[in-house]
Design a protein around this ligand. Structure first.
Ligand SMILES: *Cc1c(COP(=O)(O)O)cnc(C)c1O
Length: 394
């Protein structure tokens, strides 16, 4: 690495990064500073829903860049309104607030629930969340997360987030008291290792929260926007939540997130919520392009087909190598390795020659797959062949 050309030591250390610099990408392929290419099954962590540098997104970005960048979030702008309309048209929600990151959208959801509790539930503020959940990296969303160790890194935590066990309704019921205002969960735990909440559990949660007059909040930052094969993962369980957050895939790679709610829950008053870049036309124009492409006739059907295709290939591999099967929905899937070889596979896969493949081990004993939603079956085959040759070399 030429450190004059790339002064990477000026970057604050936050995690171990490989000694390469990515320079450009197209579709499922990413290129580094040495000209090597990588088949990308990470896609910015389930962010680039349409792959790298999607043509429709680029056109929206270029067109909007010449029109208007930022009139201030205190004024309406056209892309902001159009994207909100598209989201309410295609979901069970009536109101949308735009944010810049998943964590910020979740902060908004927490604030909205607390505000609602103050107004309608005698100041109730506790939000039941789940072990192994991931809701973001602000102090409140870290406190809401059930990631092991996160309760102590930046102690003290923000109070009010008791933890239940996913798919165990009794563990939720046990935590409900007069201070409880909501239950918040990922319909599919992403960072936790691609663990779906069962359809039965989602329905039990909806029933339980109705019975106790609690809000049901779904964090669809990772599972939403077509990733699960439906536009939103809550659709898979046939229920309607009160609040939903979106991030990652909604921007297809640009910083955009959203908080959605039913109209009777949207209780913010003037000045309660805001943010300098919220709903800026440049990002919402790109989001409009992304959601339009995802909701175009046949697109989500294609995601489900390619998800099934990936599922079948992973199951074949699992049987062939004696692994523990696979799980997930749509194009968010995990291969259960049965032993802690995930990180070793990830490294070897990236270092393969002449082409590398980018994989992720959300936990040491599994691989997580989150390709572009428009990945081709040929690219899935290519990835599987490359993964097999990595496994052979272990
Ligand atoms: C990534 C993620 C977040 C955080 O999103 P950021 O944009 O990184 O703040 C929150 N919830 C879930 C489920 C996520 O996967």
């Amino acid at each position: 690495m030429n450190f004059n050309e790339y002064p990477i030591e000026s970057l604050m250390y936050i995690t171990n990064r490989p000694d390469i610099v990515f320079t450009h990408g197209k579709g499922s392929w990413l290129y580094d500073n040495n000209g090597k290419r990588y088949l990308d099954f990470i896609q910015g962590w389930a962010v680039n829903s349409l792959g790298h540098c999607n043509d429709g997104m680029l056109e929206a970005l270029n067109t909007q860049a010449k029109l208007l960048l930022n009139p201030s979030p205190a004024f309406y702008n056209e892309p902001m309104a159009r994207l909100a309309g598209l989201l309410t048209q295609h979901s069970c929600f009536d109101k949308v607030f735009f944010a810049n990151s998943g964590a910020e959208a979740n902060e908004g959801a927490i604030k909205l629930a607390r505000k609602w509790g103050k107004k309608f539930k005698d100041g109730a503020f506790e939000i039941i969340t789940f072990d192994h959940s991931f809701h973001g990296r602000t102090l409140a969303t870290m406190s809401a997360s059930g990631k092991p160790g996160w309760d102590t890194i930046y102690a003290p935590q923000v109070p009010g987030f008791p933890k239940a066990d996913l798919n165990d309704i009794a563990s939720v019921e046990k935590l409900i008291n007069a201070k409880t205002v909501a239950v918040m969960l990922e319909p599919i735990q992403g960072e936790g290792g691609v663990i779906p909440a069962t359809r039965e559990f989602m329905q039990q949660l909806r029933e339980l929260t109705k019975k106790h007059n609690l809000l049901l909040i779904v964090d669809e930052v990772q599972s939403g926007c077509g990733r699960a094969g439906t536009l939103f993962a809550y659709e898979l369980s046939g229920i309607e939540p009160d609040i939903m957050t979106l991030g990652k895939g909604i921007g297809g790679g640009v910083p955009l997130a959203a908080l959605l709610s039913k109209k009777e829950i949207a209780v913010f008053e003037a000045g309660d919520q805001g943010g300098t870049y919220n709903g800026n036309p440049l990002m919402t124009a790109v989001g409009y392009s992304v959601i339009s492409q995802l909701t175009a006739p046949g697109f989500l059907e294609g995601v489900r087909e390619r998800g099934e295709y990936l599922r079948a290939r992973l199951l074949e591999l699992s049987e062939e190598r004696g692994f523990n099967g696979e799980r997930g929905e749509g194009l968010l899937r995990a291969l259960l390795l049965g032993k802690d070889i995930g990180n070793q596979i990830v490294e070897k896969a990236r270092e393969m020659q002449p082409d590398g493949v980018l994989l992720n081990a959300a936990r040491p004993n599994l691989l997580r797959f989150m390709p572009a939603l428009n990945v081709t079956t040929e690219e899935i085959d290519q990835m599987m062949a490359m993964l097999r040759s990595v496994l052979d070399s272990l």
